[in-house]
Design a binder for this molecule. Structure first.
Ligand SMILES: Cc1ncc(COP(=O)(O)O)c(C=O)c1O
Length: 399
């Protein structure tokens, strides 16, 4: 039967990674893959993670199953990381969490839950949104639609257009929001905008599904969860998909969690029972190692402080790089305003080049990014900023 299957084209990012690896030019720069890199171009194991892992290896006495909901201590620690220690939804017993295989697993579990509760639901995603949101959410059978979000002319959020579109949605429509460090644009909502959105979500009875994949890498661990904490305190139902890939550097350990806030503790119990059944029907149980590490880090005051410092280091590097990229581009391309790069947050920005210019950057200057000109800021280093800015200037001048 498999001979009937058509061969699908390679994933664009994987193709880009292979092309980068095959490029022997010493100046090559990888701005494509969405992983954090330090100033040596490495994606290191965090020291807090290394120490927690060491302690885990020494203490672990069994590898027996953990259960479909995952590690309960990890789930609780993740709830507090997203919501803060004394959140009213926690005190009211309205939050349930299932450990998930990465943020992707959490997004898919959330989509499956929504489809089970309401098969006709439509999920509204930002224009643009992370490319994987589309297969992860629509793979559950939910329909996807778009709302305006990014304004390429300012590099910020088209907030009025976003509000106007969301105002037209019918009650119980699902709206996917990025908590912070919007992927792929870097354009985040301000606290004031979160508040305005809250009023709209209340009035229109919309269900927020919030993706938090970069907590701590934007403005701070608590600041990056501002919208989540606000919405979960004031709305009857919220779903939150959290990833530990970037902020704990646990990418391949597939560590994440889905938090669901329900109107009552009884509804919350029903939600968890459904999530557990879904997990059993897909992969049965999540991988343990990353979750056990995260729990060890968050439960130990010393390791937690070390982790917070390491996250602050990543955040500081991203913010510093954003300033420097903006300054180098301002010097090399005075005719174009790249100021938005410094005000955006997280790992990504759109450079605003067309596909032909992106191709030219790749073929002539060995600088790799996706065709939509999304660049991973962390792929730059102080010693190649000038090279990068001059390459962008040459590509822009070629027009
Ligand atoms: C916006 C967004 N959501 C979720 C994820 C989930 O990542 P993972 O499944 O690796 O935890 C990512 C990772 O790149 C992301 O960028």
């Amino acid at each position: 039967m498999f001979e009937r299957l058509a061969r699908l084209p390679d994933d664009a990012i994987l193709g880009l990674m292979a092309a980068f690896r095959a490029d022997s030019d010493p100046h090559k720069v990888d701005l494509g893959v969405g992983v954090y890199r330090d100033d040596q171009g490495r994606t290191p194991v965090l020291e807090a993670v290394r120490q927690a892992e060491q302690a885990l290896l020494e203490r672990q006495t069994t590898k027996t199953y953990v259960g479909s909901a995952g590690n309960a201590d990890f789930n609780q620690a993740m709830e507090r990381l997203a919501l803060g220690e004394d959140h009213p939804a926690l005190a009211a017993g309205r939050v349930r969490t299932i450990q998930a295989p990465g943020g992707c697993g959490a997004l898919r579990l959330g989509a499956e839950l929504i489809r089970t509760a309401s098969p006709e639901s439509v999920v509204h995603v930002s224009t643009p949104t992370w490319v994987n949101h589309v297969p992860l959410l629509s793979g559950s059978g939910l329909k996807l639609e778009r709302y305006p979000y990014f304004d390429p002319s300012t590099g910020g959020v088209q907030f009025e257009a976003m509000l106007a579109a969301l105002e037209r949605l019918s009650a119980r429509a699902v709206v996917l929001l990025h908590a912070s460090c919007h992927n792929p644009t870097g354009a985040d909502l301000t606290e004031g905008q979160w508040r305005e959105l809250l009023a709209l979500f209340k009035q229109r009875q919309l269900l927020p599904f919030i993706d938090i994949a970069y907590q701590g890498l934007g403005s701070g661990v608590a600041q990056d969860a501002f919208g989540i904490r606000l919405f979960c305190a004031q709305l009857p139902e919220v779903a939150v998909a959290a990833s530990c890939s970037k902020n704990f550097g646990l990418y391949r350990e597939r560590t994440g969690a889905l938090h669901v806030i329900s109107e009552t503790p009884a509804a919350a119990d029903a939600v968890l029972s459904q999530l557990v059944r879904t997990a059993r029907s897909i992969y049965s149980m999540p991988p343990d190692h990353g979750a056990a590490i995260v729990h060890n880090v968050l439960a130990d005051n010393g390791l937690r402080k070390l982790w917070a410092d390491e996250v602050a280091g990543m955040r500081g590097r991203l913010q510093g790089l954003r300033q420097q990229v903006m300054q180098h581009l301002a010097k090399a391309c005075p005719q174009r305003d790249f100021g938005f790069i410094a005000t955006q947050r997280g790992m990504f920005s759109f450079l605003g080049l067309d596909a032909q210019q992106v191709l030219e950057l790749r073929t002539r200057h060995h600088i790799y990014m996706t065709d939509d000109s999304r660049m991973n800021i962390a792929g730059l280093r102080e010693d190649n900023l000038e090279y990068f800015a001059h390459a962008v200037a040459r590509v822009l001048k070629a027009r």
